[in-house]
Design a protein around this ligand. Sequence first.
Ligand code: GUN
Length: 284
Amino acid sequence: MSQIIDGKAVSAQVKEEIRLETEKLKQQGIEIGLAVVIVGNDPASQVYVRNKEKACETVGFNSYKYALPEETTEQELLELVDKLNKEDKVDGILVQLPLPKHLDDKIIINNIRPDKDVDAFHPVNVGKIMIGDYSFLPCTPAGVMELIKSTGTEIAGKECVVIGRSNIVGKPQAMLLLHQSGTVTICHSKTKDLAKVASRADILVAAVGRAKMITADYVKQGAVVIDVGMNRDENGKLCGDVDFESVKDKASFITPVPGGVGPMTIAMLMKNTLTAGKEHHGVK
Ligand code: GUN
C-alpha cells in the first residue's frame, strides 16, 4: 500500500508561508494584486476562477476579477490586457483558458507583460524555463515538484517519465525534472509500448487527459506516481489519468484526484504573484 500525497496539506503550507510574507509586506505599505480575466460562461473555468479568488483572499492578496461576455472581441480583450499591464495595483495578470473559439489564446498571452505573466505562458517566460533562469515557475509543473519534494525523494539520477507533451504541463514538467538532474523521458500518443517505457520510471508524472488510463502495468514497483489528470469517469465522478485502485498497491507514493496536484497549482500561482509583486515593488 502506497502513501497518499496530501496536496491539500502541502498547498496549505505553501499558502501559509505566502500569507506570512504578504502580511510583512503590508506592514511596509506594499499590497499584492492579481487580476483574473474570464471570458464567457465555461462552468469549469468559473470554478477555477472562484478558487483563485478564494486563494487570494487566504493569502491576503487583492484580487480583481474581470468577467467578460462570450462575444467579447479580440480588440476589447487586448485593450483590457493593455490597461492591466499599465495598472500599478496589478502585479499579476491571469487570463483563464480556454478562451471562446473566436479568440486566439496565443495573441492574448503574447500581449501580457512578461513580468506580470504569473501563469508563465508568455514566450519570454517559456524561454526562461528552458534555460533554467526562471522568474515564474509554470504553476502545475511547479506544484508537482513540490509534491515530489514532500515525499523526500531525490530526483537527481532518477528515471523520470512524463506522459503528455502539452505546453502547459508536459514540456515544462520535463524541464523542471531535468534541471534537478533527473533522467527524463517524455511520452505521448505516438510512443510505442507506453506501458514498457512508463514502467521504467522511478518518478512517473501522468498528464494525458484520459480517465484511469495508467494502470498497474505502467508502474514500476515503488515508483512515485503523480497524477495531473482531471477527468470524469463513467459515472461522472472526478478522476485522474491514473487508475488509483489498480496502482495504489504498487507505488510508494501516489497523489489522489481530487486533492493532489489541483490545490498545488493554485498555491504556485499565489507564489508567482508574490514574486511578481516583490519584483514590481523592488523588494528583495
Ligand atoms: N485553464 C486551465 N488551467 C489553467 C491555468 O493554469 N491557467 C490559465 N490561465 N488557464 C487555465
